[in-house]
Write a protein that binds this ligand. Structure first.
Ligand code: KIV
Ligand code: NA
Length: 279
């Protein structure tokens, strides 16, 4: 019992069982993820700033806001391996800032790996985290915290120079000692090559079917948002937004028509009590 451990994740990886990861952003989504039978890992992704809080990018969320939601997620997780992002602005200033905020998250008692978007520029921070016993998950390819530099959210590594750069970053992070590596929005052949040439599991999103595992944003998979712009890599397994709208429309109509609540939803009071009451 207890949460899935890193060594259990590595056993799956060594046996070539695809690893499954899904994000969670609050208690409800954490519970769904924690109870889903074929999910190995849960990620508290800073994508929650856009998906759940309505910000335009992941740059806008504060550490305090992210921490508040991370706490809610940890209350809902008891089984799965739990990874947590460091949001923009919470780790770049200094190694001390990175370590202090990582430790705050680790003190929630459930998080088993800290994820950082980037590579060389955070060599010291990643090394320090590993040195003090915090498994690090790397994240390369599309880095949403740098969406200004990449001029939006789009596939990375299609040009030769970029593909080589991403491969070099993967090797660098592997040497540095990251435990897992997220590959976001890169050509599937590049993701396959990286997966075959590094010694830790790769978790892909928009990186094809040859990575060691997959991750999706839960709100995207469930179709929770109104947005019709669906990225090419995404499969929407549900339409929660549409279903929610339909249910709320129905509720509104039924109340307007005095169809809800029905007799079976009512609480009673004994006749003799009520007769006394109206006297
Ligand atoms: O924030 C997030 O959800 C992520 C995944 C897309 C990997 O970083
Ligand atoms: Na993220």
């Amino acid at each position: 019992v207890g949460q899935t451990t890193l060594s259990e994740i590595y056993n799956l990886y060594q046996n070539k069982v695809p690893l499954t990861c899904i994000t969670a952003h609050d208690y409800i989504t954490a519970k769904i993820a924690d109870n889903a039978s074929n999910i190995d890992m849960i990620l508290i992704g800073d994508s929650l700033s856009m998906v759940s809080l309505g910000y335009n990018s992941t740059l806008e969320i504060s550490f305090e806001e992210f921490y508040y939601l991370s706490k809610a997620v940890t209350r809902g997780v008891s089984k799965k391996f739990l990874i947590c992002d460091l949001p923009y602005g919470s780790f770049e200033s200094s190694t001390a800032q990175c370590i202090d905020n990582s430790i705050k998250l680790m003190k929630l008692g459930k998080i088993q790996s800290i994820k950082i978007e980037g590579s060389y520029e955070y060599e010291k921070e990643i090394k320090r985290l590993i040195d003090i016993g915090i498994p690090v998950t790397g994240h390369i390819g599309l880095k949403p915290q740098r969406f200004s530099k990449t001029s939006g959210f789009k596939v990375q590594g299609q040009a030769l120079k970029d593909a080589l750069e991403i491969y070099k970053e993967a090797c660098f992070l592997n040497r540095l000692g990251v435990s897992l590596l997220v590959l976001e929005c890169i050509p599937s052949k590049l993701a396959k090559f990286i997966t075959e040439n590094i010694s830790v599991p790769t978790i892909g999103i928009g990186a094809g079917n040859s990575t060691s595992g997959q991750v999706l944003v839960q709100g995207d998979l469930l179709g929770c948002s109104e947005s019709e712009r669906i990225p090419k890599f995404l499969k929407q397994y549900e339409n929660f937004y549409g279903k929610g709208l339909e249910a709320l429309n129905k509720y509104g109509n039924e109340v307007k028509n005095r169809e809800y609540p029905e007799k079976k939803h009512e609480y009673g009071i004994k006749d003799e009590v009520f007769q006394e009451f109206v006297k």
